[in-house]
Design a protein around this ligand. Sequence first.
Ligand SMILES: [Zn+2]
Length: 456
Amino acid sequence: MSNKSIQYVNENSERHEQELIEILKVPSVSSDPERKADLLVMAEQLKEEMIKIGLENTQIIPTAGHPSVYAEWLGAPGKPTLLIYGHYDVQPVDPVDLWDSPPFEPVIKNGKIFARGSADDKGQIFIHLKAIEAVLAAEKELPVNVKLIFEGEEEVGSEHLTDLIKEHAELLSCDYVIISDTPMFREGFPGITYGLRGLTYLQVDIRGTDTDLHSGTFGGLVKNPIHALVDILAKMKDEDGKILIPGFYDDVLPISENEHDKLSKLPFDPKAFADGIGAPTLYGEAGFDHLERLWARPTFDVNGIWGGFQGEGAKTVIPAEAHAKVSMRLVANQDPDDIAEKFTAYAQSLAPDTVDIKVRNMHGGFGYLTDLENPGLLAGVRALEKAFGKEVDFIREGGSIPIVKVFADILKAPVLLMGYGLPDQNAHAPNENFSLYNFHKGIESIVYFLDEMGQL
Ligand SMILES: [Zn+2]
């Protein structure tokens, strides 16, 4: 069924590269107010592209910020509906003098295309457009229903996307959400990201007295708030890396045998990793492998700590206050607010009555996990393996993509993260690049994927 489409992909590969170059020329930097018009240009160009390849109900959906672009093809009744999400905005380019070529004048070198937005995320949304184009051109119809939504504010926190999804929940309703905005684990091997960590971020404020005090006049009679703070923080974790907040692990999904097997297949060299970041050796929670610690286990970190005298020379002072910012990376099914409450209760129980303690919940987000047996995920695995001729790497990400959980919750659909970037793609950095091998194989894989999903 997909043979004719694959042939079309191969015959048109050069044109596909040329078209990608054209969209990479548009400087759609969402954080720069002076680029507002360029984002509209980009949205219009994508809309034109969607019309050209045969998508329907094409529209630009305005928001209070930059608009989203929507299109659909719903000619496969009874078949699953896929919602493909991506973003057409890009990161700023500074420091621009560290680029080998201008960020909005795409250059092809060593099989890679260098331009801002090439990997993150224009190259990846183009994979979907070109795959849909190929199937519609070769077969006149798609084996599934598709909806596409490309937003223009991902790089500035997707500020208006949650409201847009809520307001247009009917329009966006689907069986699966597909996002291509993540890197593979290694070059040459396709990957599926099936887990993301969540986050709880807090500030701890300890107050001892109204003002700083002379340590000779008052020392011995008042509790030093910095001491109180470090005592509290020291009790958050034991020497084996286990977090001691009561109830912290209650909702953590254990790592299954299947998952443990899949993760332990990935090559990971602790020595090279440590050397790469200049660490004497790696650290981590006892009883877990490196990648499990990095992706599948929660963490506790002190992000900053301050208080007292930090100037030059000596000042004999007992500071009035001490502060710390702390954060915890969470995994499914931990609830960020529940974790914030547990941390707060524990910190308060540890604080001596000689100081006041305040804990502020600054922000947080849920992690996400796609079931490894999810039929859509398995269809994605088959499609990627067919296109790349290699076994899929099952990967998780230590960071967060908050919008994933928003899609999953509002649309009640599982999210599949099929990413085509590479670990050294320099997203958000100078010399961002996208592998043309991944671009072309990616298009093939989506052709196969549509086919696989049509058979579910
Ligand atoms: Zn991105």
